[in-house]
Write a protein that binds this ligand. Structure first.
Ligand SMILES: Nc1ncnc2c1ncn2[C@@H]1O[C@H](COP(=O)(O)OP(=O)(O)O)[C@@H](O)[C@H]1O
Ligand SMILES: [Mg+2]
Length: 337
């Protein structure tokens, strides 16, 4: 659906080159929710703007639905752009227009007839749950409601792709969760492909199928959400993942744990696995006493991810056998040092 091939974007600022995006290659499949996560300045916004050609890549290709955007005529480009909707952190609503008109005006400019405009506005306002607010002005809405209007406005053009640049970054956690659920619903019910960028881990964790991690203009790692969460390789990915799952243990306690056994972090993927009493069986099968020090369950888009920090008390030979056993049971085991 979206293919980036060695896409680069260099800005010239006072004669100096700023390489915002470097050699990025990504493929986003139809119907997928793909997330790019990175710290501020990583090049995420530049990358997303290359996809709808708000920004022309300096080199490389952007291919949408098999069409190379840089090779399209102006007219064809317009047509392809119509397949792409976009939402932003700042909503970009017209302050002097009602909710209804915020959605209707861009449709009118596109030449859609009045009757169809009304049908679309009502349909998409009802999908985002704001039909009763159609005569309100943006100033009368909360942040979450404004973002819903922006989503309805994007959807009213019936795009195939929705780009989202930090759409939830200005919202509180509860509203963020509601908007993410809405995006998931749109993805599932309308089959929309979603490409989103964010600096927040919980956003990609909650709704994405796959993620790419960006730093200094480069994509430094990409993979499924589960693989990046359970087995992050690049230091930046680790920093993101660990920012959520660190269990800090005082150093004296750590030392005592080390001298009496092994500290491990366990990941259980999938519902069945979190119910499987693999850990309980360890103490029956081996001369090892597991104690759970910390734990939690995360809901990913399609999986449940259980995490436990466990101390395996016992001799080296025993806990090593226990670790092998757990690994064979499908538990992802990582030694904590
Ligand atoms: N229009 C522009 N002109 C010059 N430099 C820019 C422009 N837009 C972004 N940059 C620079 O490109 C880099 C990446 O910016 P951006 O894509 O906004 O990152 P992010 O969205 O990840 O925070 C930054 O160093 C930024 O200063
Ligand atoms: Mg940005």
């Amino acid at each position: 659906m979206i293919e980036l091939k060695k896409t680069s974007k260099t800005y010239k600022v006072n004669g100096k080159a700023v390489e915002a995006v470097k050699d990025v290659s990504l493929t986003i499949n139809k119907g997928e929710v793909f997330g790019v996560i990175g710290y501020s300045g990583a090049g995420k916004s530049t990358l997303i703007r290359c996809i709808n050609l708000l920004e022309k890549p300096t080199s490389g290709e952007v291919i949408i639905d098999g069409k190379n955007l840089s090779k399209l005529s102006k007219q064809e480009l317009q047509k392809t752009r119509r397949k792409i909707g976009m939402i932003f952190q700042g909503y970009n609503l017209l302050k002097t227009a009602t909710v209804y008109d915020n959605i209707a005006i861009p449709l009118k400019l596109e030449g859609v007839n009045k009757k169809l405009i009304q049908k679309r506005v009502e349909k998409y306002l009802s999908i985002v749950g704001l039909l009763d607010k159609q005569n309100h002005y943006p100033s009368q809405l909360s942040g979450g409601q404004k973002q819903r209007v922006a989503i309805a406005r994007a959807l009213a053009h019936e795009p195939e792709i929705l780009l989202s640049d930090e759409a939830t970054s200005a919202l509180d956690p509860e509203t963020t969760e509601a908007i993410l659920s809405l995006l998931l619903k749109i993805n599932k019910e309308l089959g929309l492909t979603i490409f989103l960028i964010t600096h927040e881990l919980n956003v990609v964790q909650r709704i994405c199928d796959r993620i790419a991690v960006m730093e200094n203009g480069y994509v430094v790692e990409q993979g499924t959400v589960v693989s990046l969460f359970t087995n992050p390789k690049h230091p930046t990915t680790k920093r993101f993942v660990e920012s959520e799952n660190t269990f800090t243990i005082p150093s004296e306690i750590m030392a005592s744990y080390r001298s009496t056994g092994k500290l491990v972090s366990l990941h259980f993927v999938g519902k069945e696995l979190s119910e499987e009493p693999a850990l309980a069986l360890v103490s029956r099968k081996f001369n090892v006493l597991p104690s759970i020090l910390a734990g939690g369950i995360e809901q990913l888009k399609n999986h449940t991810l259980g995490k436990l920090l466990v101390h395996l008390r016992g001799e080296k030979e025993e806990y090593e056998q226990a670790i092998t056993y757990l690994t064979n049971q499908g538990v992802i085991v990582e030694e904590v040092n």
